[in-house]
Design a protein around this ligand. Structure first.
Ligand code: PBG
Length: 321
């Protein structure tokens, strides 16, 4: 009996490259940005090394300098918060102004906007509170207004992330009614209640202000996976164009199942603590960082993701050139 020689196919770099099955490309990546009002601002986020909150002028400069970025996901940090999240749907709100400026300067760049209330409410919840709980129906109505304000500003896709039932339908109907049939919905369909969002909450200031409760009544329980498929299926029925799984690295099985079951583009969000973890492990060693990050991003794509939202997007595009 001859021993099978699987190692023949790994003998050198040329053979390994020749036979490799998963390839990263610039189009795979979406870069998140945190935007603040004002000018010339760059506020580093301690728990997200290398990432800063930017004012719109610096956002434009950063996109320009990055070169090669194909898509961005914008989060706004309003100057003031209130109990209804009213800053979230202001025509001249920070995200709305950022979208306008970005689309004007980079018309070919795909602009996606996060649609949620957590960064805009004083209590830090993703929706409006009634009797100590997030009120689904009232929240969905506000989210539809927020999404329309982003579409009016020129967003290509709106990305609802509040995990309210019926949010995709409400947004789709509101967009269509106002003539924004062409604006897409990039839904955070399978979003888990995760400890891996920690640094993000520092970035948008939604953690210190979460005055009571947590998000476990809205976001999914990480012990479940069938539920993720129900969430995605429902979002597709309601009109989602792209479905997202979030987080990504600890949820590769969910990405895999989603891609096997549904034939729409699947995105995965490699979230803040997943990024911070790699940064920490690499200890400012850029070779190590590149190795670790590319392994993570490739794994997410290998699992089935068509798109990856990652704070490494700029570097990744440079590394794969
Ligand atoms: C909510 C939102 C969150 C993230 C993206 N959108 C946080 C949350 O649900 O608490 C997390 C992203 C990350 O951790 O990188 N609008």
């Amino acid at each position: 009996m001859r021993v099978p020689q699987l190692r023949r196919l790994r003998r050198n770099q040329a053979i390994r490259d020749w036979l490799s099955q998963t390839h990263l490309k610039a189009e795979d990546f979406i870069l998140p940005y945190f935007i603040v009002g004002g000018r010339k601002l760059r506020q580093p986020i301690k728990s997200l090394p290398g990432i800063a909150r930017l004012s719109i002028d610096n956002l434009l400069a950063d996109i320009e300098a990055a070169g090669g970025i194909k898509a961005v996901l914008l989060f706004g940090i309003p100057d003031a918060k209130d109990c209804r999240g009213a800053q979230a749907y202001k025509g001249k709100g920070v995200v709305q102004r950022a979208v306008g400026a970005v689309k004007k300067r980079f018309p070919g760049l795909i602009v996606i906007t996060d649609v949620c209330l957590c960064g805009y409410t004083t209590d830090g919840h993703c929706g409006l509170i009634k009797g100590g709980l997030v009120d689904n129906e009232a929240t969905v109505k506000i989210l539809a207004r927020v999404a329309l304000s982003h579409a009016r500003a020129g967003a290509d896709f709106v990305a609802p992330s509040a995990m309210m039932d019926g949010q995709v339908r409400a947004i789709r109907e509101n967009l269509d009614r106002a003539g924004f049939n062409h604006t897409g919905i990039f839904s955070y369909s399978a979003k888990y209640a995760s400890g891996f969002y920690g640094p993000f909450r520092e970035a948008v200031g939604s953690a210190p202000t979460l005055q009571f409760g947590d998000r476990r009544a809205e976001q999914m329980d990480y012990r479940n996976s069938d539920e993720a498929l129900r969430e995605i299926g429902q979002d597709i029925d309601e009109g989602a164009d792209i479905a997202m799984v979030k987080p990504a690295l600890a949820y590769l099985d969910i990405i895999y199942r989603a891609k096997q079951k549904f034939n729409i583009p699947v995105a995965a969000y490699n979230v803040s603590a997943e990024y911070a973890l790699v940064k920490k492990l690499a200890e400012n060693d850029s070779t190590k960082e590149k190795e670790l990050a590319l392994e993570v991003l490739t794994a997410i794509k290998r699992a089935g993701a068509d798109l990856v939202i990652t704070y490494f997007a700029k570097e990744a595009i440079r590394w794969i050139k």
